[in-house]
Every structure is written in structure tokens, then in C-alpha cells.
Design a protein around this ligand. Structure first.
Ligand SMILES: O=C(O)[C@H](O)COP(=O)(O)O
Length: 206
């Protein structure tokens, strides 16, 4: 057995609440989102988890979620690395549009393909494959070495940057990843083997 990787999607954001495509737009957490992030930290504290390093994106909703978690586990000053490689998928021309309005305009099926498919990008934006092409190398180069040294690593990021990471960790196909949905503020705990394969996965969704 090697180390531990804890993935957490940020708490509810202002644009999650308004049902707007967000992507790289730098919106804040809602009050509920702050609460979800604190609750995620509390769950991890109850597990007795202590982190060696934290990683987050260049966007405040993930950074604030990361800090809430670190505060909850009593590690407010832990080294935290911010990198835009962990940013949400770039939603391109959809950013700022209402998701229901988009369904009315382009149809339910097309919008679902843009949101959940592996290799179809939204207009002017990134497909999940494109997102994975920046997330996975960053994981391999900057995060995985910590896990393989037996450390416990926190990653507070976004629905689709984490879906891309989970797709690779779990060895999912492009068809299987369509069904992967991540709740806001729900920690996922991976324990890795020394050969970097997944030993166990636990979702703390209650
Ligand atoms: O960027 C966004 O709009 C959301 O954070 C994630 O969007 P999705 O649910 O369409 O993947």
C-alpha cells in the first residue's frame, strides 16, 4: 500500500445556484457552498485524516473549499499549490448561459453531450478529453509522486477536472465516464498501491 488521494469538488457556487455554465469564470461560493466545504472538512476530520500537501485550481471556489477543509482538519497553514491545470473544463461560448435555456435552444441531447461526453467539446471550449490532457500530466508529474511516497494529498477542484482524473484512475472508457456525476463538497478517498494502481475508493456522500 502506498498513499492516499482525497478529491473534493468545490461547494455550491453562485453560478451553480443560478444554473449557469461556469467553466473558467471565477465565481464565489454561496453560503450553502461554504457550508458544504466545511462539512467535507468535518467528515475528513472524523476519519482522522491529516494531509501532507494540498492542490487546488486557479479559481476561488476551489481555493476557498480547500481552505475550509484545511481549517476543519486543523491544518490551516498547510502548503497549498494552486495551478490552472486543475481548473474546471473551459465551457467556451456556453459560459454564463443558463443550462435550461441552452436545452431549449439546442435540445436536451446536444446539451447532455456537451456536458458529459468524453470527446465532444462545447462550442469554443474544452471536451473532457481536452481537460484530461492537462489534468492527467499534472497529476502524474506533480501530485502522484507525493502519493507514491506514502503521503496524504488533498485535491480541491471542479466537477469536470475531477471527472477527467477519476476516468484515468478508475480506467473508465469514454462511454463509462458519461455516467460519472460528482456532488459538490463530497470527498472521494483513494488509497493507491505502490505501483500507482487504485487499492480502494470510498465516496463520503452522507
Ligand atoms: O462549470 C460548470 O458549469 C459546472 O461547474 C459544472 O458543469 P456541468 O455540471 O455542466 O459539468
Amino acid at each position: 500500500m502506498s498513499g492516499t488521494l482525497v478529491l473534493v469538488r468545490h461547494g455550491q457556487s453562485e453560478w451553480n445556484l443560478k444554473n449557469l455554465f461556469t467553466g473558467w469564470r471565477d465565481v464565489d461560493l454561496t453560503d450553502q457552498g461554504h457550508g458544504e466545504a466545511r462539512a467535507a472538512g468535518q467528515k475528513l476530520k472524523e476519519r482522522g485524516l491529516k494531509f501532507d500537501i494540498a492542490f487546488t485550481s486557479d479559481l476561488q471556489r476551489a481555493q476557498k473549499t480547500c481552505q475550509h477543509i484545511l481549517d476543519a482538519v486543523g491544518q490551516s497553514d498547510l502548503e497549498t499549490v494552486r495551478n490552472q491545470a486543475l481548473n474546471e473544463r473551459d465551457y467556451g461560448d456556453l459560459a454564463g448561459l443558463n443550462k435550461d435555456d441552452a436545452r431549449d435552444k439546442w435540445g436536451e441531447d446536444q446539451v447532455h453531450v456537451w456536458r458529459r461526453s468524453y470527446d465532444v467539446p462545447p462550442p469554443g471550449g474544452e471536451s473532457l478529453k481536452d481537460t484530461g490532457a492537462r489534468v492527467w500530466p499534472y497529476y502524474l508529474h506533480d501530485m502522484q509522486p507525493h502519493v507514491l511516497r506514502g503521503e496524504t494529498v488533498l485535491v480541491a477542484a471542479h466537477g469536470n477536472s475531477l471527472r477527467a482524473l477519476i476516468m484515468a484512475l478508475d480506467g473508465l472508457t469514454g462511454e463509462e465516464v458519461v455516467k460519472v456525476e460528482l456532488g459538490t463538497g463530497v470527498p472521494i478517498i483513494y488509497r493507491l498501491n505502490a505501483d500507482s494502481t487504485v487499492a480502494s475508493k470510498e465516496i463520503l456522500d452522507r
